[in-house]
Design a protein around this ligand. Structure first.
Ligand SMILES: CC(C)(COP(=O)(O)OP(=O)(O)OC[C@H]1O[C@@H](n2cnc3c(N)ncnc32)[C@H](O)[C@@H]1OP(=O)(O)O)[C@@H](O)C(=O)NCCC(=O)NCCS
Length: 168
């Protein structure tokens, strides 16, 4: 396995994209049907992992976009006085193909999302990274420094956040 990171190029054909299976139906469907068109329309940026030992097969990805959250969502974090609307980045989709799970690729994707969040905040005001974690992924995100905003909402998704000044 020889894994490479890149921004998704919407003009390129990615081997294995239509077969991508991270064992999460909504993310799989998004990757198969909507990923490329949303990148083309500049609605999201996607970072992809490809395996050059297997014909540059698409094996993992995340998508990220600008977002705004209501400051009340952050009240448990006791961050002091904030305006009502908080500009942030939002991690929308994250998945690793089932054949590649457990090999640290999810962590690499999240580290890259955090790096992008931090770098973007130096160019345009952004307080941190927001995401809605699936019940099965809450502890994964906790390991990467994300905090639950309203407790664990299982079986519903749980809002989570990491402030830029907490990103290593
Ligand atoms: C969640 C996901 C991205 C993790 O990817 P992965 O490549 O298997 O994870 P990694 O190998 O990078 O794991 C990094 C660490 O997180 C842990 N971890 C991985 N998945 C976890 C999970 N679901 N819950 C808790 N911990 C998890 C690993 O044990 C590892 O911990 P360690 O540092 O103590 O060894 C992957 O399982 C996936 O695609 N899931 C389906 C899609 C999904 O749920 N996406 C999130 C939607 S919000």
């Amino acid at each position: 396995m020889s894994i490479e990171f890149s921004y998704l190029d919407p003009g390129k054909v990615y081997a294995g994209r239509k077969q991508f299976d991270c064992e999460h139906a909504a993310i799989n469907k998004f990757v198969h049907d909507s990923l490329v068109s949303q990148v083309k329309k500049n609605l999201i940026v996607a970072n992809v992992l490809t395996d050059s030992d297997h014909g540059d097969r698409l094996v993992g990805l995340f998508t990220i976009a600008n977002h705004t959250i209501d400051a009340t969502l952050l009240s448990d974090l006791q961050l002091g006085s904030l305006p009502k609307q908080i500009p942030c980045a939002r991690l929308i989709m994250l998945g690793v193909d089932k054949a590649y799970k457990g090999a640290d690729l999810g962590r690499r994707l999240m580290k890259q999302a955090l790096l992008i969040t931090k770098q973007a905040s130096a160019q345009m005001g952004s307080y941190g990274l927001y995401l809605n974690a699936d019940p099965g992924a809450v502890n994964f995100y906790k390991k990467l420094g994300c905090l639950l905003l309203e407790g664990d909402q299982s079986p519903k998704p749980s809002p989570m956040f990491i402030a830029v000044n907490q990103i290593a």
